[in-house]
Design a protein around this ligand. Sequence first.
Ligand code: NDP
Length: 238
Amino acid sequence: MNDRTALVTGANKGIGKHIARLLAAGGFTVYVGSRDAERGRRAVAEIGDGALALDLDVTDPRSVAAAAARVDRLDVLVNNAGISVSLDPPQASGVAEFRETFETNVFGVVAVTNAFLPALRRSARPRIVNVSSGTASLAWSTGPNPQFLTGAGGAAAYRSSKAALNALTVLYALTLDGEGFKVNALAPGARATDLTPRAAALGGDPAEGAEGAVRLALLPDDGPTGGFFSWDGTPVPW
Ligand code: NDP
């Protein structure tokens, strides 16, 4: 087993699979989190050396506990698993849409992060990367030219869930600061995946978005914490 270990949630496809592939290529032993065991095994076979399958449904407390029990020390946690169930603005959204979205994008991150904190605390250089979205930026949303595929007030449940994830990023960063952690949020850019098929029109390569997560996973000790960064490293306004 390699010295450095990483866990990427929702790594069986999309941006997460690229993050896992890049970290494995960089010498990490990477736990490829997947809520479906078969899909996880297929991704591990594709990634090859350094990849290990880890059954992990971030919304299922028993799954989270069982996954955490398998990992002794963790250097990098990438909270990547995410869903978007509708593009509705808030007044057309039901509470159920918000609840379902927050269950994965927010509560799932809290559950996974808390469960893996003991393993992260065994790392000399613990890093947490929360895969957020530029559409969660309130500054960009209210700016002069919000060029989002979601439309002005659309995808309310998704965007507010990622804004909550951004808040959690700051709060984890503040409380873990004295322990050497770096906790940052990533806006990977519009990428052609099952979550955002329309991004294909923009030519958004998911591998490029994944590079941003790797940059934040490899931050040096004097790197930033509690920040929000685009895939290319430029800061995103909250
Ligand atoms: P995909 O739909 O391709 O991948 C999402 C991944 O999350 C899948 O592996 C999916 O598993 C997994 N997942 C969903 N729910 C759970 C769960 N309960 N437990 C474990 N895994 C789960 O989307 P992307 O690759 O595009 O998205 C990755 C991240 O990037 C998300 O957080 C998304 O919000 C964010 N993002 C994406 C953008 C884009 O343009 N694509 C832009 C901005 C942010 P399964 O295969 O089983 O469904």
